[in-house]
Design a protein around this ligand. Structure first.
Ligand code: NAG
Ligand code: NAG
Ligand code: NAG
Ligand code: NAG
Ligand code: NAG
Length: 311
């Protein structure tokens, strides 16, 4: 009888060991990549640490004195908001013109995204860029003879209304007729980002720029009510599946040292898929458990064989 009891006891140990092996490691369910900068939450696909988030957004965000900065080839922008539900970021920079102030002298950053990042983010189609005081030699006005300029209204926002802003009065200029100075190129030209793929003030020979976006479906009257800033849409390009599976198994999404390949961080080991499956990048707790389990199993087999022999 004591022997049967011990056998049962061992069986219980065996099954709990098996259960331990099968159960995903929820003990290391800490998202070490999520963080804050001021009152902005930084979460996948963004991150502040290298190796965290999605590789398309690496070396992009920096937290400086609780101010979140977005850094691309054209310069640095302050992040005002990250909207994870609508997958958008709202950016601002001090040298961007608004309704109150026009900033000239080609001081502004404009907006240029590195080609490798373009699949992951772009200004939204309803974001208007208004280019100010561009030279008649500007590429904007070449190849568009007569009235066929690329300038147009974007989501109901354009220069016609922008001219009514106080910023234009402070320039000491008076609007004449429908175009700002009668003949010659317009003093302001509104375009969507896709039309020229990069707001490079130097290349376009413009003195300044402004950017506004519509907070649809609200109808606002006048440029004084527009939201000024750059609205950027981001997307992880179908890599969501990887991260979804990783997070569902208690992991945190990141990428390897090559800055390309995604990895799933599972506490004390990294996986190329998720925390429940093979494809381990480094031996860790899981293989330890496997060894423990096979150790116990071998011991059990030996013990049971012995017991049977004795009976
Ligand atoms: C999770 O993180 C918190 C704070 O960093 C820490 O106190 C806690 O022990 C961690 N939990 C686990 C299971 O690692
Ligand atoms: C974050 O703080 C700023 C002021 O510091 C405030 O204008 C903004 O509304 C806050 N955002 C959120 C989401 O609380
Ligand atoms: C997992 O990958 C991250 C990001 O590359 C790295 O920082 C971390 O050290 C790796 N962890 C292990 C256990 O290899
Ligand atoms: C843009 O909209 C304004 C006012 O809504 C209008 O007067 C103007 O003709 C429009 N411009 C273009 C180029 O469509
Ligand atoms: C902007 O255009 C100028 C002139 O073509 C070029 O030298 C500069 O590298 C461009 N800037 C960026 C960030 O591409």
């Amino acid at each position: 009888m004591p022997k049967l009891f011990t056998t049962l006891h061992h069986l219980i140990i065996l099954s709990s060991a098996a259960a331990y092996l099968i159960t995903p490691s929820t003990s290391s369910n800490n998202n070490t990549c999520r963080s804050y900068c001021g009152n902005i939450t930084i979460d996948y696909p963004f991150a502040l640490q290298y190796g965290c988030g999605h590789p398309g957004f690496r070396d992009l965000l920096f937290c400086i004195n609780n101010v979140l900065m977005f850094h691309i080839t054209s310069g640095s922008y302050r992040v005002l908001q990250i909207d994870y539900a609508y997958q958008s970021l709202t950016l601002h920079e001090p040298h961007m013109s608004t309704c109150e102030t026009l900033v000239l002298g080609t001081k502004g950053n404009g907006f240029i995204i590195e080609p490798w990042r373009a699949p992951y983010m772009n200004p939204t189609p309803d974001n208007v860029f208004m280019l100010i005081s561009c030279s008649p030699r500007s590429p904007l006005f070449q190849g568009f003879p007569g009235k066929h300029l690329p300038c147009r209204n974007v989501s109901g926002m354009g220069c016609e209304e922008y001219y009514n802003c106080p910023g234009w009065e402070s320039m000491g200029r008076k609007r004449m007729g429908s175009s700002f100075f009668g003949s010659g190129p317009p003093e302001c030209c509104a375009v969507p980002y896709e039309a020229i793929k990069g707001i490079n003030l130097t290349k376009l020979e413009c003195e300044g720029y402004s950017s506004a976006y519509s907070v649809a479906p609200l109808k606002v009257d006048g440029a004084g009510d527009w939201s000024y800033g750059i609205r950027v849409r981001y997307s992880v390009q179908g890599s969501d599946e990887f991260c979804g599976a990783c997070e569902a198994t208690g992991g945190t999404c990141g990428y390897g040292f090559d800055g390309i390949r995604q990895v799933c961080m599972c506490g004390n080991f990294n996986s190329t898929s998720n925390c429940d499956s093979v494809g381990l990048l480094s031996s860790g707790a899981r293989s330890m458990r496997l060894k423990m389990f096979s150790g116990i199993f071998t011991y059990m087999l030996a013990w049971m064989t012995l017991t049977v022999n004795w009976i």
